[in-house]
Design a protein around this ligand. Structure first.
Ligand code: GSH
Length: 229
């Protein structure tokens, strides 16, 4: 049995983020399913792993971690070397590292707050949260799309100069965009990306990665009321 365990449901964005980096480095891991519809993530056994009662929980031998972005960095630091992957830019100079850090912050502080309300309104609240079914709040969606367009405009300008956000090599910053963008692309607003051809091409390049494909196959692209995912 692998000492690395990820606790959660693989369709959930933050669980998928952790699985993505494990897949990228080719580490062995065990996915321990958590039935969130039954509220299993709120039970003491899971709260011991994640005191915020959220998924994922993560265990590597005696080490217990929560917060998907921090877990992902741990995975890259532990296994990235053997996989020959320097996604954090730590083997480059401090300037390259600073650029990866900067775009990583952009994803967490600018992109995620802009894109996630659309995914929450269109998918997570109506179809995934138990007892959902609410119709999307259109003013939240419209405000978020406006904010997202502002962010994508900045990405477009950046991607005119480099292949990926932090330079010509893929980094942690790029791959952190996968989980929420994947679900955004299943909403009626996916065509917003067509307004930004460099961003669209960058997204297609990310989606073509085998590790991304392996993780995204657990993430549904169609949602129905009352369906069990
Ligand atoms: N910042 C945390 C967020 C964790 C989080 O919100 N996870 C969601 C699933 S993607 C969850 O557990 N939701 C269930 C709930 O809030 O009850 C992380 O990145 O790990």
């Amino acid at each position: 049995m692998s000492p690395v365990k990820v606790f959660g449901h693989p369709m959930l964005t933050n669980v998928a983020r952790v699985m993505l980096f494990l897949e990228e480095v080719g580490a062995e891991y065990e996915l321990v399913p958590i039935d969130f519809v039954a509220g299993e993530h709120k039970r003491p056994q899971h709260v011991q792993l994640n005191p915020f009662a959220k998924m994922p929980g993560f265990q590597d031998g005696d080490l217990v971690l929560f917060e998907s972005r921090a877990i992902a960095k741990y995975i890259l630091r532990k296994y990235g070397g053997t996989a020959g992957l320097d996604l954090l830019g730590e083997n480059s100079g401090i300037e390259e590292l600073a650029v990866v850090d900067m775009w990583t912050e952009v994803e967490a502080q600018q992109y995620y707050p802009a894109i996630s309300p659309v995914v929450f309104e269109c998918i997570i609240i109506p179809f995934i949260i138990p007892g959902g079914g609410a119709t999307p709040n259109q003013s939240v969606v419209d405000e978020s799309l406006e904010r997202l367009r502002g962010v994508l405009g900045i990405y477009e300008a950046r991607l005119e100069k480099s292949r990926y956000l932090a330079g010509d090599s893929i980094s942690f910053a790029d791959l952190n965009h996968i989980p929420f963008t994947f679900y955004f692309m299943t909403t009626p607003y996916a065509k917003v990306f067509d307004e930004y051809p460099k961003v669209k091409a960058w997204w297609e390049m990310l989606m073509a990665r085998p590790a991304v494909q392996r993780v995204c196959k657990h993430m549904p692209t169609e949602f129905k009321l009352g369906a069990q995912y």
